[in-house]
Ligand binder design. Structure first.
Ligand SMILES: [Zn+2]
Length: 69
């Protein structure tokens, strides 16, 4: 898995900070916080790791960046 964080470009295969791990019936659910502050939820199973969801960075986007005008 060589995907990158879309917010800051951090490699997803190098977790910045593991917040918590939970064993599930399918394997392991791991919460990881990225360098930019976004939180990922990963499922780790026999087939490898898979990112289930990814949050936004802790800080909001710079003002005006998404301004349509
Ligand atoms: Zn990031």
């Amino acid at each position: 898995m060589t995907t990158l964080c879309p917010h800051c470009g951090w490699p997803d295969d190098q977790p910045f900070l593991v917040v918590s791990r939970h064993a599930t019936g399918l394997g392991l659910t791991v919460w990881v916080r990225c360098a930019c502050g976004s939180v990922q939820v990963r499922e780790v199973g026999p087939a490898g790791a898979r990112i289930v969801s990814r949050g936004r960075p802790a800080l909001g986007p710079p003002s005006g960046q998404n301004c349509p005008g």
